[in-house]
Design a protein around this ligand. Structure first.
Ligand code: HEC
Ligand SMILES: [Cu+2]
Length: 396
C-alpha cells in the first residue's frame, strides 16, 4: 500500500466519521436529555455501562502498552531464543474470567431492575396509539370523572381522536396501548422512554411521563415502507391547567362541527366540497362518520380524524407545521397575537398530497392527488372550511 493511497484512506475514514458524528448533532431526537422518570432510568443505564466500558477500555489499553514496553526485544536478545513456552496460568485465567463476570453481574442487576420498572403500568390515563403507513393516531377515552367534570351527558361514551400530536400533562404516568393497523412500526419519543414496537394484531403496553412542559419529538423507528422517514410525531406536554383547557377545546371542537350550512360563504362551499371529495376517508366527529370503522378502500383502514385539525401543531405525520415558524423555530404571529396558519403547505397538501409526502395512493396508502379535480377556487373554499375545524393549539 503506497503512502498516497494510505493518506487517501485516512481522509475517507475521517470524512465518513465526521458525517456519522454530524448525525448526533440534530437536536430533535436526543435520548441524553431525559425529562421523565422512564427516560431517566434508561439514561442512567446508558451512562453506567458507558463509563464502565470506558474504564475497561483504558485499563486494557494501558496493560497492552505496559506489556509492549516491558517485554520489547532488546538489541542484545538472540532472535532465535524463544521465551519459555507455558500452557495455562490459573491465576491469570481466573482473574480475567472473574472480573468481567463481576462487572456483567453488576450491570445485569441494574438492567433487570429497570426492565421490570419500565414494564409496570403507570397511575395515569390510558391512550390508544395506532401506527399506520405513515402517521400515528391517538385516542383518548374519557372516564366517568371526566364526563362529570366537563358536564357531559352521563350516558354518553366520549372519545377524542387525534393525530401527530400526543398531548399529555406534566407529572402524569401515561399508559400507552400501542397497536398497528398494517405493518410493524415502532414508537419512540427519546426524551420520554425507549422504543416500543407497534405490531399488527397485538397490543403493547408502554409508559411515558414528563416532569416539565414542552414539545418532545419522536419518530417511527422500524422500517415500514416508502414514507417511513416521514412518520413522525410530537408529544406536547402541558401543565394540568393547560391540559384541562386542551380537553375542553377538543370537546368544544366536536360540539361545534356542523354539516355544510346552506349559505353562500366560502366555508359553506368548502364544506360541500369536503362532503363530495373527502368524507370517504376522513371523519369529522358527529358530522361525517362514514369512514368510521374502516374504509374498504384504505389499506390502513383510516385517515386522520379532522375534527380538531386546527388544534394540532403539525400534519401529515408531523412532517409539516400547521402554523408558520421562523428560522429559530418560534411561531410567527399575526398583529392580534394569533398564530399564522401555514396556508401554503396545507393548501398544497390538499391539492396534491402524494407530491408532498411519498405515498402510494393507487395502492390505498395515503391521500389522493386532487390536482386534476379541485380548482383554485375549490382549494380556497376548502381552506376556509378546514379553518373552522377546532381552535388553535394549546402550546406549552
Ligand atoms: C383516499 C382517502 C382520502 C381522501 C379521499 C382524502 N384524504 Fe386526506 N388524508 C388521507 C390520509 C391517509 C392522510 C394521512 C396521510 C399521511 O399523513 O401520510 C390524510 C391527511 C389529510 C390531512 C392532514 C391531516 C393530519 O392531521 O395529518 C388533511 C388536512 C387532509 N387529509 C384533508 C383532506 C381533504 C380536504 C380531502 C378532500 C379534498 C381529503 N383529505 C381526502 C386520506 C384521504
Ligand atoms: Cu412506521
Amino acid at each position: 500500500m503506497g503512502a498516497r493511497f494510505a493518506r487517501r484512506w485516512q481522509l475517507a475514514v475521517a470524512a465518513l466519521l465526521g458525517l456519522l458524528l454530524a448525525g448526533c448533532a440534530t437536536g430533535r431526537l436526543d435520548a441524553t436529555k431525559p425529562v421523565g422518570q422512564e427516560a431517566r432510568d434508561i439514561d442512567f443505564l446508558m451512562r453506567l455501562s458507558g463509563w464502565m466500558a470506558v474504564g475497561v477500555g483504558i485499563f486494557v489499553a494501558a496493560a497492552v502498552f505496559a506489556i509492549i514496553v516491558k517485554f520489547r526485544a532488546k538489541p542484545t536478545d538472540d532472535p532465535d531464543d524463544l521465551p519459555p513456552q507455558i500452557h495455562g496460568n490459573r491465576k491469570a485465567e481466573l482473574t480475567w474470567t472473574l472480573i468481567p463476570t463481576a462487572l456483567l453481574v453488576f450491570l445485569t442487576i441494574f438492567t433487570l431492575g429497570t426492565v421490570f420498572d419500565l414494564a409496570a403500568a403507570g397511575t395515569g390515563r390510558t391512550i390508544k396509539v395506532e401506527g399506520q403507513q405513515w402517521w400515528w393516531q391517538f385516542t383518548y377515552e374519557l372516564d366517568k370523572d371526566e364526563i362529570d367534570k366537563y358536564n357531559l351527558d352521563q350516558d354518553g361514551r366520549y372519545e377524542i381522536v387525534t393525530a401527530n400530536d400526543l398531548v399529555i400533562r406534566t407529572g402524569e404516568e401515561v399508559n400507552l396501548e400501542i397497536h398497528s393497523n398494517d405493518v410493524i412500526h415502532s414508537f419512540w419519543i427519546p426524551q420520554l422512554n425507549g422504543k416500543k414496537d407497534a405490531v399488527p394484531g397485538r397490543v403493547h403496553h408502554w409508559r411515558i411521563s414528563s416532569d416539565e412542559p414542552g414539545i418532545f419529538y419522536g419518530e417511527c423507528v422500524e422500517f415500514c415502507g416508502l414514507s417511513h422517514a416521514n412518520m413522525q410525531m410530537r408529544t406536547i406536554v402541558l401543565t394540568p391547567e393547560e391540559f384541562d383547557r386542551w380537553m375542553r377545546e377538543q370537546l368544544a371542537g366536536q360540539a361545534a362541527a356542523q354539516v355544510a350550512p346552506a349559505d353562500e360563504s366560502p366555508e359553506a362551499a368548502g364544506a360541500a366540497l369536503f362532503e363530495t371529495h373527502c368524507i370517504s376517508c376522513h371523519v369529522v366527529d358527529g358530522v361525517y362518520e362514514s369512514a368510521a370503522g374502516g374504509n374498504a378502500n384504505l389499506l390502513a383502514g383510516i385517515a386522520p380524524n379532522l375534527t380538531n385539525l386546527m388544534s394540532r401543531t403539525a400534519f401529515a405525520g408531523a412532517l409539516y407545521e400547521t402554523y408558520q415558524t421562523g428560522p429559530d423555530g418560534a411561531y410567527l404571529r399575526n398583529p392580534d397575537g394569533s398564530l399564522k396558519l401555514n396556508v401554503a403547505e396545507l393548501r398544497e397538501w390538499v391539492r396534491n398530497a402524494p407530491d408532498m409526502k411519498p405515498a402510494r395512493a393507487d395502492n390505498q396508502q395515503g391521500m389522493l392527488d386532487f390536482s386534476e379535480v379541485l380548482t383554485d377556487q375549490d382549494l380556497d373554499n376548502l381552506m376556509a372550511y378546514l379553518q373552522t375545524l377546532g381552535s388553535p393549539p394549546v402550546l406549552p
